[in-house]
Design a protein around this ligand. Structure first.
Ligand code: FAD
Ligand code: SF4
Length: 483
């Protein structure tokens, strides 16, 4: 299908035809991928990338870049793809985003850059597939571009600590190292990446890609201290005594939440966090080659309707669940999961029980789950979130046989570090309070990502890390002579 090509921001200023539909992303067949952990979307070929880049209008007003939380110069990198100049495209993206292969795969571009794309505003036209192009260029760069050690400037000798190696901490660390600081990242786990490594499954974000992209940070001089549960291993006073002059806290919001219903204590009830960590970080999907296992049984219920629920359900299916169902108390329309992930889940055979809420988890004499009691809901008036409130349909209880229940109803602030940091102001839910410069009530302590906002997105955590790095630089420069 073809439309009218727009140039330099004027809608009909140039009549060169442009495809209204974006270039499809090649993907594994749903029947095949439901049984493996390989990546679902297999990525553009060069011809696909050139065809998609060619749809870009190269607008004078860079709406797409305004929609990107880390301000990637989108028209510039796409112009380079149009010419087949991938080194320039890669360098252009990397000037603003050190984790592009990750963002190209998991960012909700449909609500960010792509929702601002001028082409998407033309009747009947889809926006340029910016995320898919970013992924293509990032993958090209990973395979062809040598690590850029020249990006590492002379150190200024000022030590800065970053706590947590998720997207917020990693981005902050990379930016500070580029400014010349001696940065050490302290991470509780034995692997870097935060949710990118232990939460998002292999079939959406291969771990080899995460680890390779994180290596870019060692090229800019960042040091890593793994297996360091901060607040237990060291606290903020220890860091000050060790000569760190500022601290960034990016410990995320990984504390699981369970429903307060009878039976949650039974064996076979897991938080999505524990389930996904066992599978992704501890490689349970490779059991017995890996030591960790998850006993899936035959019937799995996942409670929740967000991306974490989709990831849990699709993971359970791949681990051999005969029937995997998502139980969500509102309707399909209110479900917060990305549409793409929901459609992938449906294609793979996940069942959805909408307007359904668990009331009780049932167990056998050994204390293991064997069923879940649910009741039907209907939608009432909108609540504080603006979504219609689910209301119980009296007498609608029924029991469904299940072997495993995965709770994916949200998470809370991770308190391990914050609760042992005197003077650090938290809000009523335990998240760190910061000003518009990401600075906390302790002037030397900055924070960003999920530990400030609650569960959000990879790119918003990265943007917070970047903003905090700039503020920390300003703060440390203002202390010059006193350090
Ligand atoms: P995290 O990624 O949580 O990283 C925090 C790090 O701090 C972790 O490595 C943790 O081990 C470490 N840490 C915690 N406490 C301590 C301590 N005391 N000492 C030392 N280290 C500590 N977002 C998207 O944009 N797209 C998606 O598709 C998407 N899918 C998701 C799927 C799942 C299953 C989950 C759980 C989240 C998903 N998100 C997605 C959300 C996104 O991953 C998060 O918003 C983002 O990772 C937050 O980054 P962060 O750096 O703030 O925290
Ligand atoms: Fe214009 Fe969209 Fe291209 Fe950005 S990606 S320059 S908004 S057509």
């Amino acid at each position: 299908m073809q439309g009218v090509r727009q140039r330099k921001g004027g809608l009909n200023s140039m009549a060169k035809p442009v495809n209204k539909k974006r270039t499809e992303m090649p993907a594994q067949d749903p029947k095949v991928r439901a049984h493996n952990f390989n990546e679902v979307a297999t990525g553009y070929t060069e011809a696909d990338a050139r065809a998609e880049a060619d749809r870009c209008l190269q607008c004078k007003k860079r709406n797409c870049t305004e929609g990107c939380p880390v301000e990637v110069p989108i028209p510039e990198f796409i112009a380079a793809v149009q010419k087949g100049d991938y080194p320039t495209a890669f360098r252009t993206i990397m000037s603003k985003n050190l984790l592009p292969a990750i963002c190209g795969r998991v960012c909700p571009q449909e609500t960010q850059c792509e929702s601002f794309c001028t082409l998407g505003k033309v009747k009947g036209s889809e926006p340029v597939a910016i995320g898919r192009l970013e992924r293509y260029v990032a993958d090209w760069g990973r395979e062809h571009a040598p690590p850029d050690h020249t990006a590492c400037p002379m150190t200024n000798g000022i030590k800065v600590a970053v706590i947590g190696a998720g997207p917020a901490g990693l981005t902050c660390a990379g930016e500070l190292a580029r400014l010349g600081y001696e940065v050490t990242v302290f991470e509780a786990f034995h692997k870097l990446g935060g949710v990118l490594t232990y939460g998002i499954p292999e079939f959406r974000l291969p771990k080899a890609i995460v680890q390779k992209e994180v290596q870019n940070l060692t090229c800019v001089g960042v040091k890593f201290a793994l297996n360091q549960v901060m607040g237990k291993a060291l606290d903020v006073n220890d860091l000050m005594k060790k000569g760190y002059k500022a601290v960034f806290v990016g410990v995320g919001a990984g504390l699981p939440v369970f429903m307060k219903i009878p039976g949650v204590e039974l064996n076979g009830v897991l938080s999505a966090n524990e389930f996904l960590t066992r599978v992704n970080l501890m490689k349970a999907y490779k059991f017995p080659e890996a030591d960790t296992m998850v006993d899936i049984g035959k019937h799995v219920a996942v409670v929740g309707g967000g991306n974490v629920a989709m990831d849990s359900a699709r993971t359970a299916l791949r681990l051999g669940g005969d029937e995997v169902m998502v139980i969500y108390r509102r309707s399909e329309e209110e479900m917060p999961a990305r549409r793409e992930e929901y459609h992938h889940a449906v294609e793979e055979g996940i069942k959805f029980l909408f307007l359904t809420n668990p009331t009780k988890i049932l167990g056998n004499a050994d204390g293991h789950v064997n069923g879940i009691e649910v009741q039907s809901m209907t939608l009432g008036e909108p609540d504080r979130s603006g979504r219609r409130r689910p209301v119980v349909v009296p007498g609608s209880e029924k029991t469904i046989p299940v072997d495993l229940v995965i709770m994916a109803i949200g998470t809370q602030a991770n308190p391990l570090f914050t609760k042992v940091t005197p003077g650090l102001k938290l809000n009523e839910w335990g998240y760190i309070e910061v000003n518009d410069r990401m600075q906390s009530s302790l002037p030397y302590l900055f924070a960003g990502g999920d530990i400030v906002t609650g569960s959000a997105t990879v790119i918003s955590a990265m943007a917070a890390g970047r903003k905090a790095a700039a503020s920390m630089h300003e703060y440390l420069q203002s202390l010059k002579g006193k350090l």
